[in-house]
Design a protein around this ligand. Structure first.
Ligand SMILES: Nc1ncnc2c1ncn2[C@@H]1O[C@H](COP(=O)(O)OP(=O)(O)O)[C@@H](O)[C@H]1O
Ligand SMILES: [Mg+2]
Length: 254
């Protein structure tokens, strides 16, 4: 099950829609296996476009994306998580989690077993037979996360996944996401509007700036990889958030 997580490399990736302005302008970024990248920037600056290009859902207008190779020689598996959990209301939690495996033709007993394991891993072990209407927003997002993990992805793409949740639920999900990340070792691109969340999760923060020139900058997060509740409350963490905020203001005000 454990495949080597490939790295992903953006080489001069540009994007414009039709005759519109450049949304991404020659983006270069090399992501190490298992690296966690937070993506931040104002509305409309191209965060979703960047994720869609990474996922192959949209073609770059210039440049290219290179993927590493898994130990089994296959192309890396990518999974997308959206702000809306997009669950099928008539399916149970387990039924939703196993859907990608079902579409892939995996046998019922096997996919059910995987879904049960994943439900437990995201903290929904007791809710497998619930329907989406019986779940809180945080629980729905946990189902969405488990569903994405069902295909054993090498790269996880998360587009403002926790943006609609209350702060406490969001912090919990941040910690649980990092626990899963530690265990499974995928690379991640995580779009957020919260500097605190971006710093808490990331090895590096990709800042996308809109007007006027679409400048991109990378801010390294110099904190221990083990991001605990204690770390979140430390001066070290508050300093890192203040520093990232200052640098982002410099970039976005240019
Ligand atoms: N399919 C599309 N056709 C035309 N323009 C688009 C399309 N998708 C996004 N855009 C434009 O590209 C820019 C970046 O959009 P988007 O990536 O959604 O920003 P963000 O996710 O940062 O809010 C915006 O100006 C948006 O209007
Ligand atoms: Mg977006």
């Amino acid at each position: 099950m454990m495949s080597m997580t490939p790295e992903i490399e953006f080489c001069g990736v540009s994007k414009r829609f039709g005759t519109g302005p450049l949304v991404l302008d020659g983006l270069d970024l090399k992501v190490a296996p298992g690296e966690f990248i937070s993506v931040i920037g104002p509305s409309g600056c191209g965060k979703t476009t960047f994720l869609r290009i990474a996922a192959g859902l949209s073609q770059p207008s210039g440049g290219e994306i290179r993927f590493g190779t898994r130990t089994d020689g296959a192309r890396p598996e990518l999974a997308f998580i959206f702000q809306e959990a997009t669950l099928l209301p008539w399916r149970t939690v387990l039924g939703n989690i196993e859907l990608p495996l079902r579409l892939r033709g995996e046998r019922r007993a096997r996919r059910r077993k995987t879904a049960e394991r994943l439900a437990a891993e995201v903290g929904l072990g007791a809710a497998g037979d619930f329907h989406p209407r019986q779940l809180s927003g945080g629980m729905k997002m946990r189902v969405s996360l488990a569903r994405a993990l069902s295909l054993s992805p090498d790269v996880l793409l998360l587009d403002e996944p926790f943006g609609a949740l209350d702060a406490i639920t969001r912090n919990r999900l941040n910690e649980d996401l990092l626990a899963l990340h530690r265990r499974e070792g995928w690379s991640a691109f995580f779009v957020t509007h919260s500097v605190t969340e971006a710093v808490f999760l990331a090895d590096r923060i990709l800042v996308l700036a809109a007007e006027p020139a679409r400048v991109e900058t990378i801010i390294p997060v110099d904190l221990p990889r083990d991001r605990t509740l204690a770390l979140r409350e430390s001066d070290e963490f508050h300093d890192a958030v203040a520093e990232a905020t200052r640098r982002m203001h410099n970039i976005l005000a240019r």
